[in-house]
Design a protein around this ligand. Structure first.
Ligand code: ZN
Length: 119
């Protein structure tokens, strides 16, 4: 499921925030991103979702360097909290979205929240 189709409004917001922080390389990845699933931590305020890394790795990258967590960037969203994770090849992997009922509403249409009983 394409990010732009599933969350069109949030997509535009992310696009704008990327521009504000001059994240050109990440901006280029946006149109083709596919959402692969959501976080199932069960926290009511968490609408974190994962995307499929876009660029295929070559043999050296895959087997010798290996995929590692790169860094987390705070997008400084006006509403809630939005961080993105990229791997060591600068590929977007995760959108950490907290306190955003608007995103949650759209996300649950496709990815059901797994209820976790916390005792
Ligand atoms: Zn979560």
């Amino acid at each position: 499921m394409k990010f732009i189709r599933l969350l069109p409004e949030f997509y535009r917001e992310v696009e704008r925030l990327f521009r504000q922080q001059d994240l050109k390389n990440l901006l280029e990845q946006l149109p083709d991103l596919e959402i692969s699933g959501r976080c199932n931590c069960g926290d009511s305020f968490c609408s974190t979702f994962y995307v499929k890394p876009l660029r295929q790795l070559n043999v050296v990258e895959e087997n010798i360097i290996g995929v590692k967590q790169g860094k987390t960037i705070d997008l400084r969203a006006e509403n809630g909290m939005v961080n993105i994770d990229i791997d060591n090849f600068d590929r977007l992997t995760t959108f950490e979205v907290l306190f955003r009922p608007d995103v949650e509403q759209e996300l649950t249409k496709v990815f059901m929240r797994k209820r976790i009983n916390k005792r």
